[in-house]
Ligand binder design. Structure first.
Ligand code: BG6
Ligand code: MG
Length: 221
């Protein structure tokens, strides 16, 4: 008897920063400028710890690392200042900044009849998707403007699944952050890590980038 395993996957949900584009360098430059203005340094290692972390939470961590206390009103002003610099930088992004294989894999998924959704913590995701001309490849776009609970809470991915009408058990999430992998698992979804297997230990599969992803690997999840 031939045993053909039918894939349960009917929707792919993608994180944006670190999966579709590498915006970490822009976040780094903007946070570093802010930290320097406040009188302390901010390293690339520090920046690594902010992957997948919301803007407000990132600021709180940076102030903590710098040993600086601010009021809520001051924090809002600082977060806005950082975001203005960040938005200026991403306004120059082009499709050349799409990470290898991301566009091709999105097209493969859609050609195979799978639903595609974006599930990002960023409130700037529409700006970025428009700059890189990828908005049209997503059936649903859920980002930091639509959620109140940050990853590892599964809210952003559950809303994505709901928006494309697919039960969580039939969804797979592509994520580069530990908190994002945890959010997918907490939502009852499969998780594919983008990065290092030593870091993304809870993922069902880890690949170095979407250029290493294909339908065979998806069907085997
Ligand atoms: C995540 C990034 O995707 O979005 C974080 O990994 C970032 O580094 C977060 O802080 C929020 O982004 P934004 O664009 O709303 O400041
Ligand atoms: Mg990310």
């Amino acid at each position: 008897m031939i045993n053909i395993k039918m894939s349960a996957i009917k929707a792919c949900i993608f994180d944006l920063d670190g999966v579709i584009v590498d915006t970490a360098v822009y976040h780094y430059k903007a946070w570093k400028r802010l930290a320097n203005e406040l009188g302390f340094d901010f390293t690339e290692e520090d920046n690594e710890k902010l992957k997948g972390v919301s803007r407000v939470r990132s600021l709180e961590l940076i102030l903590q690392w710098g040993g600086v206390t601010k009021t809520d009103a001051e924090k809002e002003e600082l977060a806005n200042r950082k975001n203005e610099w960040y938005v200026e930088m991403i306004s120059h992004m082009t499709p050349a900044e799409i990470l290898p294989g991301a566009k091709e894999f999105l097209e493969t998924c859609r050609a195979a009849g799978l639903k595609t959704a974006l599930g990002s913590a960023s409130k700037n995701s529409m700006t970025i998707l428009n700059k890189i001309n990828l908005a049209g490849l997503f059936d649903a776009i859920i980002d930091g403007n639509h959620v109140s609970k940050p990853k590892p809470d599964p809210e952003v991915f559950l809303k994505g699944a709901e928006a494309v009408g697919v039960p969580p058990a039939n969804c797979v999430v592509f994520e580069d952050a530990i908190a994002g992998i945890e959010a997918a698992i907490n939502g009852g979804m499969k998780a594919v890590g983008i990065g290092s297997p030593q870091v993304l230990t809870k993922a069902n599969l880890v690949v170095s980038g979407l250029d290493k992803m294909n339908l065979e690997k998806l069907n085997a999840l």
